[in-house]
Design a binder for this molecule. Structure first.
Ligand code: 8X3
Length: 249
């Protein structure tokens, strides 16, 4: 099976790996990003099957207008991969910065909703697929993850509820929930502190963007009668910790 996939945040990490994986298999890919030079580089690498689209997911008017402005060969979107997302710094909430939180909410929630709403009529027409990048942070709380985890819990629950709304349309929806993947995600979370990002992944063998891209590609290849509701992935070296107890004295 091939078709057209619309990938938000395609210039790095999981988005770029997915763009490569789908193009390699013969799909047409629309890839959005905020950095023109990265889009150009990806376009050079992937050729005619890739359509670069300069788009800031927090610019809602631009996001809403994007599908209608696509060139003819890329207009019939079969799969939407809502990949664009970011995490605010891991300060505890009591030290958090509202501007950082809003940026995460605007990207991870509002931007995702805007592009989903804009593409839904076409996705219904084509009995398409929506792949939403949530996170293990949607399910498992950790220190410094309150707003990020909150946005990803939204994405997970939105995906499940969307299935109810789309009942009978043939549209499939999946919430993909990875743990630690080594990408620029942590560099953004640390506001560009490369040493802090490196320290997080040091010696722990994280998942790669290609691991997740392969999973996304596998989901897209499932037969039309089968819906993967949620899929959770972790590196073997990441697992769960117990509750914490604050003691007096
Ligand atoms: C990010 C994965 O494990 O750092 O979505 O929360 S984790």
């Amino acid at each position: 099976m091939t078709g057209t996939i619309f990938i938000t945040g395609a210039t790095a990490g999981i988005g770029a790996a997915a763009a490569r994986r789908f193009v390699q298999a013969g799909w047409r890919v629309v890839g959005t990003g905020r950095r023109q030079e990265r889009l150009d580089a990806l376009g050079q690498e992937l050729g005619d099957r890739f359509h670069p689209l300069l788009l800031d997911m927090t610019d809602i008017a631009a996001v809403e207008a994007a599908p209608d402005a696509l060139p003819e060969p890329f207009r019939a979107v079969d799969v939407l991969l809502n990949n664009a997302g970011m995490a605010p710094p891991m300060a505890p909430a009591q030290e958090g910065d509202l501007a950082d939180w809003r940026q995460a909410i605007d990207t991870n929630i509002t931007g995702l909703l805007a592009i989903t709403r804009a593409l839904l009529p076409g996705l219904i027409e084509r009995k398409g697929l929506i792949l939403n990048l949530s996170s293990v942070a949607a399910t498992y709380p950790y220190r410094g993850g309150a707003v990020y985890g909150g946005t990803k819990a939204f994405v997970r629950q939105f995906s499940l509820d969307l299935r109810s709304d789309l009942h009978g349309t043939g549209v499939r929806v999946t919430s993909i929930e990875p743990g630690m993947v080594e990408t620029e995600f942590t560099l953004v979370r640390t506001k560009g502190d490369q040493a802090a990002s490196d320290a997080l992944y040091a010696g722990m063998n994280p998942m790669t963007a290609e691991d997740i891209a392969e999973t996304l590609f596998w989901i897209a290849g499932q037969p039309p009668h089968l819906n993967v509701n949620t899929i959770e992935l972790m590196p073997v070296s990441q697992s769960f910790a117990g509750f914490q107890v604050a003691r007096e004295g």
